[in-house]
Write a protein that binds this ligand. Structure first.
Ligand SMILES: *Cc1c(COP(=O)(O)O)cnc(C)c1O
Length: 807
């Protein structure tokens, strides 16, 4: 039952909340305390629905999904929670009556430091959608003490400061020490026969760590249901007499949940990361089994009532951990246990980069989690037994869970699961043809696609209220409830009045963003310019350098011909580089110095500006996206699994400048190619270069004088204040033969960008394209994505009738 609270009641409750928490009157309290009290009050309101959802799921024995992810990226909760509780307007007005501004108070909330980028944000989008469609699906992760890092620029270089996001506590969480479990690491383990003839593991000198859950309410839209995001924290067990614990032992325990791993695409084999992975996998599975046995008698029925989802490979150890509990703790036969396990587990792959496929040295697993190693070894042995004779020995060896001295997490995840999905059609196709080809050969029935989606509630309803209200004025509120209904906007494609209103909304958002940039960075930008946005992690395959090369090209043109007509542009970047990713940091430095050069050149003036916003995050994304005209999605074809910023930007009316990669392809299909700007090599062309090994970056350079000027400018001193960083980029292009085909795509990209500059001048035609993107965005709601997971992967029911779900 959704809450109803009147404004009058809210004002009274809020005054009491501040009084009881801080012994102050509302207007005397600091903005920080105004925030804390508001969050506490919202939590109090929402707890009623939370308790009732939990009870209902148990009484109805509704199938429960547990979504394991080593990252979540929730951003802020205050406004999205108010939105989902239908309290946003009421609270805004109530605060106004008290002389307060909700948006000012909301700025006090730190973004939660639980994730790196797209992977974590997808998990949080799902956390929003699952209770919103009435699906009993809960998150399982790690409560990191420190987030990724706070990015600042010092002399144009990225510098990393600690992201101490928990410094002032987290108002949304509930510590549940009474639900803690023990996770066991290290020591020796051997098997001993019990009296009943059953083999039982005996542990010696193991390191026992207490996993304490912190629960966070995931409030569905209209409070249809409220689910749980359970984040685990590592502590010393109570049984350990703290006086005898050395500081070393204490810090080993603390280290597990201290830092988020700073890289979301490559791995350097740090043992701590392995300990994190086993820690939350084990704690989560133990608590799931315990809860299941509280409400059910027969563990063989687990797959009927529980689905465990492995979001990327980091939680893959849930597979051997469930086997351990079933076989060791519950005395179930291996075959039966394996049957239960594989029918409970499902897995999503998120990458096409071979170097990002996670593996662990055998020795690391043997030392850190010896019993789990024995179980993986047995899974491996039985895998060979089962496959031999049916398939070629070379094939079996190439896809076994153990090989090349390593545990291959993706292979273990596929073998131990009933479903394996990619995250966009192209990605799922390439998994079958390339990345997981051998596994597809032995179990094609497991493979499927589930295209990513986004929480439109956050990125449109909440972050772009002016647009949401304009859509309401034409369609009513149905599109908020049934996202596909937003395609009703296509009826207004030739309505001049509506197009003008839509353009006005964009213009107002651009002004708000310009003010933010002026306040924060003291850069003044022209709101009549094209706002050209590239926001995502800094990675070579995402090709921020291609965008940079176009900026340098524009600059050269202005300098060569200052009087010529020029459609003004503001290039907007947001991107963190992994601290150890040398090349990515060089790219940041060069973009920042090019920005300095351009932004301070009087001859350039208002025509061109480059803004690199430090510390890109969910809350900053919410400020940039409503103001964007162009969405840069320019990864090398065949490298970006899906992308989700492409969806966020289209839903806010930005047009794609894009390669045919990931979900760009699906966006182009949905909105119409004539409403986007598509360029570059196709995946087939890229693969052809791989096959024939005949790509020559030098040849691309030799045939294009404009490109030569760009590359030369990196090394001839014309960009002030760069050192070797220009050479790093230059070398990656010409000496190392341009691994990501930047030079191959340059000419077509420039041509496409020039077309954009031309087309932007026809305001009405442009706005029409923008409208087409908004009208096509409903299909990318994560409400549909999780409904498809529920229908086709988890076989779990949900209450909402998504009338326009197209499977
Ligand atoms: C959406 C989002 C991402 C993912 O962006 P992609 O362009 O899909 O890689 C990364 N970080 C943040 C903060 C986001 O909101």
């Amino acid at each position: 039952m959704a809450n109803t609270v009147t404004k009058k009641q809210f004002i009274e409750d809020y005054q009491n909340e501040i009084q009881s928490l801080f012994a102050e009157d509302v207007n005397k309290a600091s903005v920080a305390n105004q925030y804390h009290a508001l969050a506490q009050l919202v939590k109090r309101y929402s707890n009623r629905q939370w308790t009732s959802s939990i009870k209902k799921y148990d009484i109805d024995k509704q199938k429960q999904v547990y979504y394991f992810s080593i990252e979540f990226l929730p951003g802020r909760y205050l406004k999205p929670n108010l939105l989902n509780m239908n309290f946003l307007e009421m609270v805004r007005e109530g605060l106004q009556d008290l002389g307060l501004d909700l948006d000012v108070i909301a700025e006090q909330e730190p973004d939660q430091g639980l994730g790196n980028g797209g992977l974590g944000r997808l998990a949080s989008d799902f956390m929003d959608s699952m209770p919103s469609i009435g699906l009993a699906a809960h998150g399982n992760g790690i409560r990191y003490r420190y987030g990724l890092f706070r990015q600042v620029f010092v002399d144009g270089y990225q510098s990393e400061l600690p992201d101490d996001w928990l410094r002032n506590g987290n108002d949304w969480e509930i510590r549940r020490e009474d639900h803690a479990v023990v996770v066991r690491f290290g020591g020796n383990v051997y098997l001993q026969q019990t009296e009943s003839g059953h083999m039982e593991p005996v542990y010696e000198n193991s390191e026992d760590i207490l996993a304490v859950p912190y629960d966070n309410a995931m409030i569905g839209a209209g409070e249809l249901e409220t689910n749980n995001l359970r984040l685990w924290s590592a502590e010393l067990p109570h049984s350990v007499d703290n006086e005898y614990v050395t500081p070393e032992v204490r810090s080993r325990v603390k280290a597990i949940c201290r830092d988020l791993y700073p890289d979301d695409s490559t791995y350097d084999g740090r043992i701590l990361r392995l300990r994190q992975e086993y820690f939350f996998s084990s704690a989560g599975i133990q608590s799931i089994v315990r809860h299941f046995l509280d409400h059910h008698d027969d563990i063989t029925e687990l797959p009927k009532y529980v689905a465990v989802h492995i979001n990327d490979t980091h939680p893959t150890l849930v597979i051997p951990e469930l086997m351990r509990i079933l076989v060791d703790d519950m005395g179930i036969d291996w075959e039966k246990a394996w049957d239960i396990t594989t029918h409970t587990m499902t897995y999503t792959n998120h990458t096409l980069l071979a170097e990002a496929l996670e593996t662990w040295p055998i020795d690391a697993i043997k030392t850190e989690i010896p019993r789990i190693y024995q179980i993986i070894d047995e899974i491996n042995r039985r895998f060979f037994m089962e496959m031999q004779g049916k398939f070629d020995d070379n094939l079996i060896t190439s896809i076994a869970p153990i090989g090349d001295g390593s545990i291959r997490m993706a292979y273990l995840a596929v073998i131990g699961s009933s479903s394996v999905n990619g995250v966009a059609p192209l990605h799922s196709d390439l998994l079958q043809k390339d990345v997981l080809k051998g596994l597809y050969a032995i179990s094609p029935e497991k493979f499927n696609n589930k295209t990513n989606g986004i929480a439109l509630r956050r990125y449109v309803h909440e972050a772009n209220e002016p647009l949401a209200k304009l859509i309401d004025s034409k369609l009513g509120k149905v599109w908020r409830d049934q996202p596909m209904a937003i395609d009703g906007l296509t009826a207004y494609a030739d309505d001049d009045q509506f197009l003008q209103e839509l353009a006005k909304v964009k213009q107002a958002n651009k002004r708000a963003f310009a003010k933010f940039i002026d306040d924060k960075l003291d850069i003044q930008i022209n709101t009549d310019a094209i706002f050209d946005v590239q926001i995502k992690r800094l990675h070579a395959y995402k090709r921020q350098v291609l965008h940079l090369f176009y900026i340098i090209t524009e600059y050269h043109r202005i300098k060569a011909n200052p009087k010529a007509d020029f459609t003004p542009r503001v290039h907007i970047f947001g991107a963190k580089a992994a601290p150890s990713y040398y090349y990515a940091k060089s790219v940041i430095k060069v973009i920042n110095e090019v920005a300095n050069m351009i932004n301070n050149d009087p001859e350039v003036g208002d025509k061109l500006k480059v803004v690199f916003i430090p510390n890109y995050s969910v809350s900053i994304a919410e400020k940039i996206i409503p103001a964007a005209d162009i969405s840069e999605q320019i990864s090398t074809a065949g490298k970006e699994a899906s992308g989700t910023s492409n969806m966020k930007l289209m839903a806010n009316g930005a047009l794609l400048a894009a390669t045919l990669d990931g979900a760009n392809i699906d966006i182009i299909k949905a909105a119409g190619r004539e409403n986007e700007y598509v360029f570059g090599l196709t995946t087939a062309e890229v693969y052809k270069y791989y096959e024939n090994n005949d790509y020559s970056a030098q040849a691309e350079y030799d045939r294009n004088p404009e490109l030569q000027r760009v590359l030369n400018s990196l090394i001839d001193g014309s960009i002030p204040n760069i050192q070797s960083e220009g050479w790093d980029i230059h070398d990656s292009m010409l000496r190392d033969n341009d691994q990501y085909f930047v030079l191959a795509d340059y000419a077509d990209y420039v041509k496409t960008q020039d077309q954009i500059s031309h087309d932007y001048l026809d305001k009405k035609a442009w706005t029409k394209k923008s409208l087409a993107n908004i009208a096509a965005s409903g299909a990318f709601s994560s409400d549909y994505t999780v409904a498809r997971y529920a229908d086709e992967i988890w076989h779990a029911p949900y209450a909402k009738d998504l009338q326009l779900l197209d499977k």
